[in-house]
Design a protein around this ligand. Structure first.
Ligand code: IMP
Ligand code: MG
Length: 179
């Protein structure tokens, strides 16, 4: 285990078994719909590539990259660094995200993609940290991997200062690393 990790919250096996379960659900619910899976960079890279490799129906892949300015993370201070390249009008779109925390970034992404007039728009997030939710964000993710406690986690795409994304598991960072 990495020396900066206090505790492993989700093992590689737990993550992969949930990934297969979610991919199975998506394969069933989107059969015949040629969905577009939109990954929100960069945290989602591992989850995205694992989910889509387990999806067994024709589908299209796309990516968005958003950034937030300043210390506040209200939707107003976010902008699109990279937009999707596909035309989403009339398409069945599923947003894939690593974590639903305050909800501000997913809320921004959701409304940004909704403005492109998809036939349907759903949200699939690997992690949900409900304790930190911004009360103004009322979106409910349609597919959730794991609900986790209010701890700062890294690994499997999630970072602290751009590090730890390559860990194959999800762990709680030792507080002394960021204090
Ligand atoms: P939001 O607070 O729901 O808008 O999440 C914003 C972003 O913060 C997420 O997409 C993650 O990249 C990041 N984030 C939130 N919680 C964690 C965490 O526990 N570890 C690492 N990144 C996190
Ligand atoms: Mg993210």
């Amino acid at each position: 285990m990495n020396q900066d990790i206090k505790q492993i919250l989700l093992t590689e096996e737990q993550i992969q078994s949930k990934v297969r379960e979610l991919a199975q659900q998506l394969s069933e619910e989107y059969a015949g719909k040629d969905p577009v899976f939109v990954g929100v960079l960069k945290g989602v890279v591992m989850f995205f590539s694992d989910v889509v490799r387990n999806v067994q129906i024709p589908c299209q892949l796309d990516f968005m990259w958003i950034s937030s300015y300043g210390s506040g993370t209200t939707s107003g201070s976010m902008n699109v660094k990279k937009d999707v390249s596909a035309d989403l009008k009339g398409r069945h779109v599923v947003i894939l995200e690593d974590i639903y925390d305050t909800g501000n970034s997913l809320n921004f992404t959701y409304h940004h993609l909704l403005s492109k007039e998809p036939a349907s728009l759903k949200i699939c997030t690997l992690l949900d940290k409900p304790e930190r939710r911004n009360p103004a964000v009322t979106l409910k993710p349609d597919y959730v991997g794991y609900v986790i406690p209010n701890e700062f986690v890294v690994g499997y795409g999630l970072d602290y200062n751009e590090h730890y994304r390559n860990l194959p598991y999800i762990g709680v960072l030792k507080p002394e690393v960021y204090q």
